[in-house]
Design a protein around this ligand. Sequence first.
Ligand code: MG
Ligand code: MG
Length: 257
Amino acid sequence: MIVLKSASEIAIMRIAGSIAAAVLSELKQMIRPGITLKELDRRAEELTKSYEALPAFKGYNGFPASVCASVNEEVVHGIPGSRVLKTGDIVGLDFGVIYNGFYSDSAVTVPVGKVSPEVQTLLEVTEQALFKGIAKARAGNRLYDISDAIQRFVEYHGFSVVRDFVGHGIGRKMHEAPQVPNFVGNDYNPRLKAGMTIAIEPMVNIGTYEVDVDPNDNWTVFTADHQYSAHFEHTVAITGGEPEILTVLRPELLPGG
Ligand code: MG
Ligand code: MG
């Protein structure tokens, strides 16, 4: 069942979204060769608490950290440990909070120093694909209008969209109905309505869309061909008009200031 949110619930999600955006913005600024993923995670947790929120992922199904940090061929769900970032790497930072009972969820992929032209294109195409999808998040459209916009754009540029992981409804739970795939399937394709809140999150690979899960930690998802992958995500509210991105930084909404 798809849970529609009231204006006052969306107002809370706007704050949750702003907190996630503030944390991601600060983490982005910390990215440089030599920093460890663990340092990013520690800072994310500290900042989240300063905003009177809780990191949404810590402990979620047993996930051991506040941020998912996925490097290079890692797609999503990387565990931030002692790995040191180096020039030419890319790191996907996926982060959300719980604020006043509501979740936010957002991701960016950040280059470390200079990356190859192909990888730079991967980052740009994935971020633009997210915005192609968001543009279709309008009442009266159907779910797969979002999926189709993302898939078409990505494949036009010669990359592939991951099939095994998808976006999702979000609200009082991190994962609500409906699933929001980045490809057109044959499943439930509901009409979009004002009050729906969804996390749109293209995961885009340079090579094959096939992925595997690291058997050592049972979390880290990586590309089957070990080529690079990028991930961008926003939490979006469907309104009577323009889609509203909830995971943008609105400094005036940040609690604890
Ligand atoms: Mg996420
Ligand atoms: Mg998500």
